[in-house]
Design a protein around this ligand. Structure first.
Ligand SMILES: CC(C)(COP(=O)(O)OP(=O)(O)OC[C@H]1O[C@@H](n2cnc3c(N)ncnc32)[C@H](O)[C@@H]1OP(=O)(O)O)[C@@H](O)C(=O)NCCC(=O)NCCS
Length: 150
């Protein structure tokens, strides 16, 4: 994802979420050196995006989005799979994320991908009437094939 992609990414995010990220959130993520990736069709059309923050020995998935018209075709699972392989290659031992308690589709995808729920952040997200809890999920990553233990 480049700075020039931010308008399109923000527009897609606004179609996919009731509470989307702002344009500035994406611009700040790129400026901060977060891992920001676009998922594009062969003709270059934007189909989804992902934002990941590096930590010490771990990665934190901040945003994963597939355009509504492309959901349910395995693209979310494929994006997560790429993230897992890349995180392992980077030497990360765990992947973390937060997800709205009501976002059952995303939670199912994460569980299918090996994440486990390890905590709850009370009132973490805004919602229409007040605040909504976040489920904290973690995927423990085995070392990548070929990694040499210290
Ligand atoms: C959550 C999200 C990223 C998942 O992406 P996706 O591409 O729809 O995910 P997948 O296609 O891999 O899996 C979703 C469903 O499609 C099904 N599916 C996957 N491939 C399929 C195929 N070829 N044919 C039919 N169904 C298929 C999966 O079994 C899954 O079913 P389930 O929801 O009943 O468990 C996407 O729905 C999204 O962007 N949602 C809005 C933003 C959001 O909530 N992001 C997560 C914030 S934490």
């Amino acid at each position: 994802m480049l700075a020039s992609d931010v308008d399109a990414v923000h527009a897609l995010d606004a179609r996919a979420y009731a509470h989307p990220w702002s344009r500035a959130n994406f611009a700040d993520a790129i400026a901060s050196g977060y891992v920001c990736a676009c998922l594009c069709a062969a003709d270059g059309a934007l189909m989804g995006h992902m934002v990941v923050m590096r930590g010490v020995g771990e990665m934190h998935l901040l945003n994963i989005t597939v355009a509504p018209e492309h959901q349910g075709q395995g693209l979310g699972a494929a994006l997560l799979g790429d993230l897992v392989r890349w995180s392992q290659a980077e030497g990360a031992e765990a992947l973390w994320l937060e997800v709205r308690q009501s976002n059952e589709r995303a939670r199912r995808l994460y569980v299918r991908s090996g994440f486990e729920a390890v905590g709850l952040r009370k009132g973490y997200y805004p919602d229409g009437r007040g605040r909504e809890d976040a489920v904290v999920m973690r995927l423990t990553l085995p070392p990548a094939f070929g990694t040499i233990a210290p």
